[in-house]
Design a protein around this ligand. Sequence first.
Ligand code: SF4
Ligand code: SF4
Length: 207
Amino acid sequence: MDNKIKITRITEGCFLQKGFDNGPFKGCFNAKCGEDQKGDACCRYGCDVDKESYDLMMINREIVEAAIGQPLSLAFKGRWFGTSKEEYLGGEAIRSRTRKEDGFCVFHSKNSKGCTLVKLVLDRGISKRIIPTICRIYPLAYHNNKLGTYDEILKVPIEKGCNCISEENKTTESLFIGQKNEIEDIFEIKLKETKKKVKINSFNNNR
Ligand code: SF4
Ligand code: SF4
Protein backbone atom coordinates (compact mmCIF):
# COMPACT_ATOMS: atom_id res chain seq x y z
CA MET A 1 0.00 0.00 0.00
CA ASP A 2 1.32 3.41 -0.91
CA ASN A 3 -0.34 5.66 1.62
CA LYS A 4 1.64 5.66 4.83
CA ILE A 5 2.08 7.85 7.87
CA LYS A 6 5.38 9.72 7.87
CA ILE A 7 7.77 9.26 10.76
CA THR A 8 10.84 11.46 11.13
CA ARG A 9 11.86 10.62 14.70
CA ILE A 10 11.98 7.35 16.64
CA THR A 11 12.55 7.25 20.39
CA GLU A 12 15.04 4.96 22.11
CA GLY A 13 12.18 3.39 24.04
CA CYS A 14 11.08 1.54 20.88
CA PHE A 15 14.33 -0.41 21.03
CA LEU A 16 14.63 -0.72 24.81
CA GLN A 17 11.06 -1.89 25.58
CA LYS A 18 10.40 -5.62 25.15
CA GLY A 19 7.79 -6.69 22.62
CA PHE A 20 5.09 -9.36 22.95
CA ASP A 21 5.82 -12.99 23.78
CA ASN A 22 4.05 -14.32 20.69
CA GLY A 23 4.08 -11.25 18.52
CA PRO A 24 1.36 -8.61 18.21
CA PHE A 25 -2.27 -9.72 18.75
CA LYS A 26 -1.48 -13.30 19.79
CA GLY A 27 0.51 -12.08 22.80
CA CYS A 28 -2.69 -10.46 24.04
CA PHE A 29 -4.89 -13.53 24.24
CA ASN A 30 -3.41 -14.85 27.49
CA ALA A 31 -2.41 -11.54 29.03
CA LYS A 32 -3.94 -10.70 32.40
CA CYS A 33 -3.71 -6.99 31.74
CA GLY A 34 -5.69 -4.26 33.45
CA GLU A 35 -6.31 -3.42 37.10
CA ASP A 36 -8.77 -6.34 37.36
CA GLN A 37 -6.36 -8.69 35.50
CA LYS A 38 -9.19 -9.71 33.16
CA GLY A 39 -7.27 -8.80 29.99
CA ASP A 40 -7.91 -6.66 26.93
CA ALA A 41 -7.10 -3.59 29.02
CA CYS A 42 -6.36 -1.32 26.06
CA CYS A 43 -9.80 -2.03 24.52
CA ARG A 44 -11.71 -0.31 27.32
CA TYR A 45 -11.68 3.20 25.97
CA GLY A 46 -12.64 2.94 22.32
CA CYS A 47 -10.08 4.03 19.76
CA ASP A 48 -9.32 6.38 16.90
CA VAL A 49 -10.42 4.59 13.73
CA ASP A 50 -8.47 5.60 10.61
CA LYS A 51 -10.59 6.48 7.57
CA GLU A 52 -9.02 3.57 5.70
CA SER A 53 -10.06 1.14 8.46
CA TYR A 54 -13.56 2.62 8.37
CA ASP A 55 -13.74 2.19 4.58
CA LEU A 56 -12.69 -1.46 4.87
CA MET A 57 -15.39 -1.97 7.51
CA MET A 58 -17.94 -0.52 5.10
CA ILE A 59 -16.75 -2.83 2.30
CA ASN A 60 -17.12 -5.80 4.68
CA ARG A 61 -20.15 -4.32 6.38
CA GLU A 62 -22.31 -7.42 6.76
CA ILE A 63 -19.49 -9.49 8.24
CA VAL A 64 -18.44 -6.74 10.65
CA GLU A 65 -22.00 -6.00 11.75
CA ALA A 66 -22.63 -9.69 12.39
CA ALA A 67 -19.42 -9.86 14.43
CA ILE A 68 -20.19 -6.84 16.62
CA GLY A 69 -23.95 -7.45 16.80
CA GLN A 70 -25.00 -3.94 15.83
CA PRO A 71 -25.17 -1.65 12.80
CA LEU A 72 -21.96 0.17 11.93
CA SER A 73 -23.89 3.44 11.97
CA LEU A 74 -24.04 3.09 15.78
CA ALA A 75 -20.40 2.16 16.23
CA PHE A 76 -18.87 5.62 16.04
CA LYS A 77 -19.24 8.85 17.94
CA GLY A 78 -18.46 12.47 17.24
CA ARG A 79 -17.13 13.88 14.02
CA TRP A 80 -14.29 12.98 11.77
CA PHE A 81 -11.10 14.61 12.93
CA GLY A 82 -7.54 15.17 11.80
CA THR A 83 -4.96 17.71 12.82
CA SER A 84 -2.15 19.36 10.94
CA LYS A 85 0.30 17.55 13.21
CA GLU A 86 -1.34 14.13 12.97
CA GLU A 87 -1.71 11.78 10.06
CA TYR A 88 -4.14 8.90 9.76
CA LEU A 89 -4.40 6.23 7.08
CA GLY A 90 -6.96 7.72 4.73
CA GLY A 91 -6.37 11.25 6.06
CA GLU A 92 -8.75 11.47 9.02
CA ALA A 93 -10.17 9.42 11.87
CA ILE A 94 -13.29 8.94 13.95
CA ARG A 95 -13.68 7.67 17.51
CA SER A 96 -15.26 4.28 18.13
CA ARG A 97 -17.97 4.03 20.80
CA THR A 98 -17.73 2.02 23.98
CA ARG A 99 -20.49 -0.37 25.09
CA LYS A 100 -22.80 0.68 27.90
CA GLU A 101 -22.90 -2.84 29.37
CA ASP A 102 -19.20 -3.39 29.94
CA GLY A 103 -17.36 -0.27 28.82
CA PHE A 104 -15.39 -2.04 26.10
CA CYS A 105 -14.90 -0.71 22.57
CA VAL A 106 -17.78 -1.80 20.30
CA PHE A 107 -15.33 -3.89 18.28
CA HIS A 108 -14.28 -5.96 21.30
CA SER A 109 -15.66 -9.53 21.27
CA LYS A 110 -18.74 -9.67 23.46
CA ASN A 111 -18.47 -12.33 26.17
CA SER A 112 -14.98 -13.39 25.14
CA LYS A 113 -11.48 -12.04 24.70
CA GLY A 114 -9.95 -10.12 21.86
CA CYS A 115 -10.95 -7.77 19.06
CA THR A 116 -13.48 -8.90 16.44
CA LEU A 117 -11.53 -7.00 13.76
CA VAL A 118 -8.33 -8.91 14.60
CA LYS A 119 -10.31 -12.16 14.46
CA LEU A 120 -11.73 -11.23 11.03
CA VAL A 121 -8.19 -10.61 9.79
CA LEU A 122 -6.89 -13.90 11.18
CA ASP A 123 -9.93 -16.04 10.24
CA ARG A 124 -11.33 -14.38 7.09
CA GLY A 125 -8.20 -12.99 5.45
CA ILE A 126 -9.45 -9.38 5.46
CA SER A 127 -6.68 -6.75 5.11
CA LYS A 128 -4.97 -5.89 8.39
CA ARG A 129 -5.71 -2.28 7.66
CA ILE A 130 -9.26 -2.85 8.88
CA ILE A 131 -7.69 -2.74 12.38
CA PRO A 132 -7.18 0.87 13.49
CA THR A 133 -3.52 1.95 13.42
CA ILE A 134 -3.30 2.72 17.12
CA CYS A 135 -4.56 -0.80 17.94
CA ARG A 136 -2.04 -2.44 15.60
CA ILE A 137 0.93 -0.71 17.16
CA TYR A 138 -0.03 -0.46 20.87
CA PRO A 139 1.94 0.06 23.15
CA LEU A 140 3.74 2.09 20.53
CA ALA A 141 2.16 5.40 19.57
CA TYR A 142 2.93 8.32 17.31
CA HIS A 143 2.44 12.05 17.41
CA ASN A 144 3.71 14.86 15.25
CA ASN A 145 5.72 12.39 13.10
CA LYS A 146 7.43 10.84 16.12
CA LEU A 147 7.16 7.12 16.94
CA GLY A 148 7.70 5.98 20.52
CA THR A 149 6.22 3.98 23.35
CA TYR A 150 2.79 5.01 24.62
CA ASP A 151 4.16 6.48 27.83
CA GLU A 152 6.82 8.46 25.98
CA ILE A 153 4.51 9.88 23.33
CA LEU A 154 1.21 10.34 25.16
CA LYS A 155 2.51 10.56 28.75
CA VAL A 156 0.08 7.82 29.74
CA PRO A 157 1.43 4.62 31.36
CA ILE A 158 1.28 1.39 29.38
CA GLU A 159 -1.64 -0.69 30.69
CA LYS A 160 -0.86 -2.59 33.88
CA GLY A 161 0.07 -6.20 33.11
CA CYS A 162 0.34 -5.63 29.35
CA ASN A 163 2.15 -8.66 27.97
CA CYS A 164 5.11 -6.53 26.88
CA ILE A 165 5.81 -5.28 30.42
CA SER A 166 4.71 -8.35 32.39
CA GLU A 167 7.34 -10.15 34.44
CA GLU A 168 6.46 -13.46 32.77
CA ASN A 169 7.28 -12.12 29.32
CA LYS A 170 10.28 -14.07 28.06
CA THR A 171 10.77 -12.56 24.61
CA THR A 172 14.15 -11.07 23.74
CA GLU A 173 12.73 -8.92 20.94
CA SER A 174 12.26 -5.19 21.27
CA LEU A 175 8.88 -3.64 20.53
CA PHE A 176 10.34 -2.21 17.33
CA ILE A 177 11.44 -5.63 16.07
CA GLY A 178 8.35 -7.46 17.31
CA GLN A 179 6.01 -4.96 15.65
CA LYS A 180 8.08 -4.50 12.50
CA ASN A 181 5.50 -5.96 10.11
CA GLU A 182 2.92 -3.51 11.40
CA ILE A 183 5.39 -0.62 11.39
CA GLU A 184 6.49 -1.38 7.82
CA ASP A 185 2.91 -1.48 6.59
CA ILE A 186 1.76 1.68 8.35
CA PHE A 187 4.73 4.06 8.43
CA GLU A 188 7.19 5.59 6.04
CA ILE A 189 10.28 6.20 8.14
CA LYS A 190 12.59 8.94 6.95
CA LEU A 191 14.62 10.15 9.89
CA LYS A 192 15.20 13.90 10.07
CA GLU A 193 18.85 13.64 11.00
CA THR A 194 19.94 11.51 8.06
CA LYS A 195 17.26 12.32 5.45
CA LYS A 196 17.59 8.66 4.48
CA LYS A 197 14.82 6.12 4.37
CA VAL A 198 15.32 3.64 7.18
CA LYS A 199 15.28 -0.03 6.35
CA ILE A 200 13.65 -1.53 9.39
CA ASN A 201 15.72 -4.71 9.31
CA SER A 202 18.84 -2.60 9.79
CA PHE A 203 17.85 -1.98 13.42
CA ASN A 204 18.59 -4.54 16.05
CA ASN A 205 17.77 -5.08 19.68
CA ASN A 206 21.08 -3.74 20.92
CA ARG A 207 20.50 -0.33 19.52
S1 SF4 B 1 -2.91 -4.10 27.28
FE1 SF4 B 1 -1.28 -5.12 26.15
S2 SF4 B 1 -1.61 -7.33 26.49
FE2 SF4 B 1 -3.49 -6.25 27.08
S3 SF4 B 1 -4.75 -6.36 25.23
FE3 SF4 B 1 -3.65 -4.39 25.18
S4 SF4 B 1 -1.79 -4.82 23.98
FE4 SF4 B 1 -2.65 -6.79 24.61
S1 SF4 C 1 -10.79 -1.74 17.56
FE1 SF4 C 1 -10.34 -3.68 18.50
S2 SF4 C 1 -8.23 -3.52 19.26
FE2 SF4 C 1 -9.00 -1.45 18.88
S3 SF4 C 1 -9.79 -0.76 20.87
FE3 SF4 C 1 -11.50 -1.61 19.67
S4 SF4 C 1 -11.63 -3.75 20.33
FE4 SF4 C 1 -9.62 -2.98 20.95
